[in-house]
Design a protein around this ligand. Sequence first.
Ligand code: G6Q
Length: 548
Amino acid sequence: MQSRTSLSSWQNLVNAGKHMKTQHMSELFKENPQRFEQFSIKLEPFLLDYSKNIISQQTMTELINLAKECQVESWREKMFAGERINATENRAVLHVALRNRSQKPISLDGENISDDVQKALNKMKDFSDKVRQGHWKGYSGKRITDVVSIGVGGSNLGPQMVTEALKPYSDNSINVHYVSNVDGTQIANTLRPLNPEKTLFIVSSKTFTTTETMTNAKTAMRWLVASSFDESAIAKHFVAVSSNNQNATEFGIAQENIFDMWDWVGGRFSLWSAIGLPIAIDLGFEQFIELLEGAHEIDNHFCEAPLEQNAPVILALLSIWNCTFLGAQSQAILPYDQSLHMLSAYLQQAEMESNGKSVNWQGESIDYPTVPSIWGELGINGQHAFYQYLHQSNNIVPADFIGSVESVTPVKGHHETLMANFFAQTQALMQGVDEAQVREDLKAKGRTAEYIDKVAPHKVHKGNRPTNTILMKRISPRSIGSLIALYEHKIFTQGIILQICSFDQWGVELGKGLANNIQAQLAQNTISAEHDSSTQGLMQFYQSGKKS
Ligand code: G6Q
């Protein structure tokens, strides 16, 4: 397979990288007062400012050439047309069909799947309305007050992140809880204050084989039956979201309580499906539709905007520029809106599980750096913790700053303080402070020459640290839908350019298989001699500790 490195745009970018590494952004801003206008995109729900990257117009032209040479547009069409672009699993990638709010049908193998999607949405509406309005009753005839969503990874992070982000939009008629960890502490703490008569469980598992989720669901079932003394209560308290109808039924979920999903929806792209049921119950179905609408708007933008003005494409290209050509190895996601406190965890999975791979579509080793590790935290908290590293370490960490013009929960004086920091940080990361300036400032403060010599080098900030700023008008179901879709299409574009199979996750499977094997040995108090000495030693320590 022709390596991307042989493309002319790639070669030009290698050379551009060498040149741009010698440039400082603060100089680029001084030279070009139009830089913000030139390198920003205004869309309905947000502004994307990418001018604080180490780029010139020439760099952007070459990056766009790269996208063209990699045929991003034709791959995008293949995705929307339902082609099996998830080659290793021979599946289509059609999460966009779940939020297709247009009248245009989306087909898979010649069949219009929009009808199936609509049927699933109708079922979600019917069920979420019943629960919210108190028509869905528990085994003793009481209305449901609490919903516990059990799922992990893609069946948890999306819905939980959105539930957290949209708390101000919930009428709190139902309390929604999430359990993902098989550490019994989480489910025990979640169930302790709840009344089984008024609790509904949603078991979310695409495969319905995930050990952690099955273990938590079994514990929940035992808890319910211990209270009701009657297994028939399960039908009133358990629903499932799964593409494995058989396993869900065998598990004990009533057929009519199973919400379908399809193999063309990847776990980490599934919050738009019935995996989003907890969101619909929390916010009401109309607001769930708003979320889909927001995502659909970005789908349209992604399909229609020229590459030069295409926000997901630009974000993907900049990530590739920063990592592959300028050498960054990680990227920070730094939200300045409390609502988005789970965003970095969510995007960590979305990007790292999708593109954290090292072979190309043909299974050949990739000979260039691919995607960075993604990490982050609420910006303000980060400022008082790890921003030191962002400002002064030897490692350059490009960062996405995400904030809102308006707070959904305004408290006098708070938002200005928050946003002043938001603007100041990207400015500081870009500009830095050179030694001459540091010395001048210290002198102006009346410091001695001896003190200045000692301290000045420590106060130098080299700056030139790339950031993107996404400034949302306001957090809302619609704008959150747009924000997530923006990143989803960024990830897709990165995968195409880097020739990575973005929609499989074999790296998650290996550990699962080994854990099953080890679990069987732990249950029998045995240790296979086939394990390496470290694993044997750890298991021995664990087993002897348990006996004592
Ligand atoms: C996501 C991954 C993974 C998956 C979980 C849960 O894309 O495939 O995070 O979502 O392993 O899987 P189930 O939904 O099958 O339980």
